[in-house]
Design a protein around this ligand. Structure first.
Ligand SMILES: [Zn+2]
Length: 333
C-alpha cells in the first residue's frame, strides 16, 4: 500500500473548490512517456498552475503502472527543482472501468480515480461508483464519476453516438454515490475526429469545418441542480489547425480532423466546470514536430533530436491552454 501523500501528490478536493470559486479550470493532461511528462511539468511549474496527470488504462498497459507511479513521484521532485516550491500535482486514473482497477490505483499511490460506469444501466453505474467511492475515500483519494455518454474513441473507450447528461439524474447520482466530481456529456467528444463532416458547417472563406456548439443549456441546468459542485469535461482538445496542417504537409493524413473551439472551453472554464481533459492536442503537437523533423532532416536518427522538438512543441501547447484557455496560471504558488 503506497499513500499518495508520501509521494508529494495531492487529491483534487482543494484544487476543485478553488477553481469553482475562482471561475477557472484545472488542466488534466494525459501522459504515456517521459517527454510528455517533462513538457507538462515544465509548463505547470513555469505558470504555477495546479495540474492533473492522467493515466488511462491504455497508458497503464503501454508504460506499466509501477513505472508511471514512480514517474509521477519524480515529477513532484522535478517540479521543485524547477523552482516550484509547492507543486500541486494530482495523479489520476482516467476512465477506470472496474472496481479492481480503481482499487489497484488507490493502493499504488494515485491521488484520484475516475470510475466510468456511464455505459452501464443507471442503477449499476450508481452501485459501482458508490463501491469505488467507499474504498477510495478511506484513503482520502477523490473520485470522479460519469453520467451521459461521449461520442468518439479514446484508448479503450469508444462510442458511436453521444447522449447528453440528463440534468434530472445528477442530484440522485451524486448523493447516492458520494462522488467528488462529475463528468458530463454536453457535446464534447473523444479523439481528433470529434464530429463527422455532416454534423458541421463549412466556413465559406477557409473551407474548414465548424463544429456544432456545446450544449451550454444542459450545463446551466446541471449547475442549477448542483450549485458549486465540480463538473468535468472530457474530450476537450481543440485539434489546432496549424498542427493538423503541419502533419498533413509532412506526409501525415488527418483529413477533416476537428475539435472543440477554444472560445467555448474558455466559457465552460468560467462555470462550474473545473477540470478539462486534453489528450489529443498533445498527440498532435508531438506528431507534428516529429514529422517536420523527419521531413526536414532525413539524416537524423538520434531520438533526442526529434523528441526534443516534440517536447518543446507540447510544452508550448500546454502553456497556451493554461494561460489562454483555462485560466489556471498563478493558482498554485
Ligand atoms: Zn475521457
Amino acid at each position: 500500500m503506497v499513500n499518495y501523500k508520501d509521494l508529494g501528490l495531492v487529491n483534487t478536493k482543494d484544487m476543485f473548490a478553488k477553481a469553482v470559486k475562482g471561475g477557472y479550470a484545472i488542466p488534466a493532461f494525459n501522459f504515456n512517456n517521459m517527454e510528455q511528462l517533462q513538457a507538462i511539468i515544465m509548463a505547470a511549474a513555469e505558470t504555477k498552475s495546479p495540474v492533473i496527470l492522467q493515466v488511462s488504462k491504455g497508458a497503464r498497459n503501454y508504460a506499466n503502472q509501477t513505472l508511471l507511479r514512480y514517474m509521477a513521484e519524480g515529477a513532484v521532485a522535478y517540479a521543485k527543482e524547477l523552482g516550484w516550491e509547492k507543486p500541486q500535482i494530482c495523479l489520476h486514473l482516467d476512465h477506470g472501468d472496474s472496481f479492481e482497477l480503481c482499487k489497484s490505483c488507490v493502493d499504488m499511490g494515485f491521488s484520484s480515480v475516475m470510475i466510468d460506469g456511464s455505459s452501464l444501466p443507471y442503477d449499476e453505474n450508481v452501485a459501482l461508483t458508490k463501491k469505488v467511492c467507499d474504498y477510495a475515500h478511506q484513503h482520502d483519494v477523490t473520485v470522479e464519476g460519469e453520467l451521459g455518454v461521449l461520442a468518439g474513441v479514446e484508448d479503450e473507450v469508444a462510442s458511436e453516438e453521444s447522449h447528453y447528461t440528463k440534468p434530472e439524474e445528477v442530484i440522485d447520482f451524486t448523493s447516492k454515490t458520494g462522488v467528488d466530481s462529475l463528468a458530463i456529456s454536453i457535446g464534447t467528444s473523444h479523439g481528433a475526429y470529434k464530429f463527422k463532416p455532416e454534423q458541421c458547417t463549412r466556413d465559406p472563406k477557409t473551407g474548414k469545418l465548424v463544429p456544432p456548439p456545446l450544449a451550454f443549456d444542459v450545463l446551466a441546468e446541471i449547475e442549477k441542480k448542483l450549485p458549486g459542485f465540480p463538473i468535468v469535461l472530457h474530450g476537450s482538445s481543440s485539434v489546432p489547425q496549424d498542427e493538423v496542417d503541419t502533419i498533413n504537409k509532412f506526409g501525415g493524413k488527418l483529413p477533416d480532423a476537428v475539435g472543440i473551439p477554444e472560445e467555448q472551453l474558455r466559457q465552460a472554464a468560467k462555470s462550474a466546470v473545473c477540470k478539462i481533459n486534453i489528450d489529443s492536442d498533445s498527440r498532435l503537437a508531438m506528431t507534428a514536430a516529429i514529422r517536420q523533423t523527419f521531413a526536414e532532416k532525413p539524416g537524423e536518427f538520434d531520438p533526442r533530436k526529434y523528441l526534443g522538438p516534440a517536447r518543446d512543441n507540447m510544452k508550448k501547447m500546454y502553456m497556451h491552454k493554461i494561460i489562454n484557455v483555462l485560466g489556471s496560471d498563478g493558482k498554485a504558488c
